[in-house]
Design a protein around this ligand. Structure first.
Ligand code: PMP
Length: 425
């Protein structure tokens, strides 16, 4: 790993912490980030020539596998026509129609450049629509780095132990109310205390940024109900789950109909893309149609649209992809459960479809507080063992493993054998 070490040393002189996003730092596992040179299929390769089975997939978007030939061809055809025009294109219409066709709650959609932009814009739209200011989010859910959402957030904040970011003015965060995931009473209480003031409730329908945490029984149904009663806009943040839990996302799988939804990287097939949309009546508030301003020079970029259309079309035309990735997800997570049970290790596995997390705690993980009981140092040791053996997991406890269509049963078997060695079984 000499090249990675040298690059990291140099990087730290020029880039804060040596990385362009904290989620890819290896700080939480006390290691040096591996600098990646290329990726192909189920694998990524670092600058020192090491090959790893990739369980990150760019944090989700590489659902077809790295370097997918169909996506690649679409990008190659698009780039020679110009990288950006800042003008309307047919591809944007194709993409919007495709998203609305695949996700029934989507009547209109606006493309942006990241998940952060999508959630930030969806909130502004909900506030513009309702004329209210307050929002509810859940402790441990991460919705990007927009000021008002950096309150008790998951992902990088949770991994670094920072509950709320510095630099967020009090005024920005005072309208953000936080509830406990899977605790409906905590939501009821906030609605009760802030009657007629809550513009939106935003949540990950399946949480994946405090590690994977599943919604209990009828938690989402009750959330839908209370939002209806209070005329609050329900925003499902499907940046991780959209087009992954199934073609219609977690909302399709779990049977909830949000008012607005946010999507991200998966729509871009690896290119920088996000999107928000939903009910026509709400989306018609967005400029130039309505008074809520939101814009972006590179939004709907032709290369990104080409990649995204190719990826979504593949997913639409090949539903067997979901059988494959969900089957491997079950194989991996059931295998891990067997290993920890045999080893009598104080660990739990949360899993759904093609995502899952192994928590180093003996307690069931159902929310932020229970996730936080994990032994992050133990996770760090596990991570390092797996990396050394050629398996690239999230470099932090409170993240998910992602499986792509390029993974094989052999990959999963190799991963489980390596994990078994860590647990001494
Ligand atoms: N929402 C969720 C649920 C996410 O997981 C993320 C990032 N992983 C975001 C929003 C922010 O997306 P981005 O990093 O593209 O800004």
């Amino acid at each position: 790993m000499n090249r990675s070490i040298a690059l990291f040393e140099e990087a730290q002189n020029y880039i804060p912490g040596g990385v362009n996003s904290p989620a890819r730092a290896f700080k939480a596992v006390s290691d040096t980030p591996r600098f990646i040179e290329r990726a192909d299929g189920a694998y990524i390769y670092d600058v020192d020539g090491c090959q790893y089975i990739d369980y990150i997939g760019s944090w989700g978007p590489m659902i077809l596998g790295n370097n997918n030939p169909v996506v690649l061809k679409a990008v190659q055809e698009a780039i020679v026509k110009g990288l950006s025009y800042g003008a309307a294109t047919e591809a944007e219409v194709t993409m919007a129609k495709l998203v609305c066709e695949l996700v029934p709650s989507m009547e209109m959609v606006r493309m942006v450049n990241s998940g952060t932009e999508a959630t930030m814009s969806a909130l502004r739209t909900a506030r513009g629509y309702t004329g209210r200011s307050k929002i509810i989010k859940f402790e441990g859910c991460y919705h990007g780095h927009c000021d008002s959402l950096l309150v008790k957030a998951g992902s990088g904040l949770m991994n670094s132990g920072i509950p709320d970011s510095a630099g967020v003015p009090e005024g920005c965060a005072q309208d953000t109310l936080t509830a406990t995931y899977n605790d409906f009473e905590s939501v009821e209480r906030l609605f009760e205390e802030n009657k007629g003031q809550i513009a939106a409730l935003i949540l990950e329908p399946i949480a994946a940024n405090m590690g994977v945490v599943l919604p209990d029984g009828d938690f989402l149904r009750k959330i839908r109900e209370i939002c209806d009663v209070n005329q609050t806009v329900l925003i499902a943040d499907e940046v991780i789950t959209g087009f992954r839990m199934g073609i219609d996302g977690a909302q399709g799988l779990l049977g909830i109909k949000p008012d607005l939804s946010t999507f991200g990287k998966i729509i871009g097939g690896g290119m920088p893309v996000g999107a928000y949309g939903g009910k026509r009546e709400i989306m018609e508030m967005v400029a130039p149609c309505g008074p809520v301003y939101q814009a972006g020079t590179l939004s709907g970029n032709p290369v990104a649209m080409a990649a995204g259309i190719a990826q979504l079309t593949e997913l639409k035309n090949h539903p067997e992809i979901y059988d494959h990735i969900n089957g491997l997800g079950a194989m991996l997570c059931d295998g891990l459960k067997e290993i920890i049970s045999e080893a009598k290790a104080g660990c739990v596995v949360n899993h759904i479809g093609s995502i899952g997390s192994l928590f180093f705690t003996g307690k069931p993980v159902t929310d932020y507080a229970s996730a936080k009981t994990s032994d992050t140092a133990a996770y760090g040791n596990y991570f390092k063992h797996m990396l050394k053996g050629g398996v690239y997991l999230a470099p932090a406890q409170f993240e998910a493993m992602f499986i792509s269509n390029a993974h094989s049963e052999e990959n999963i078997k190799a991963t489980l054998e390596l994990a078994a060695r860590f647990f001494g079984v």
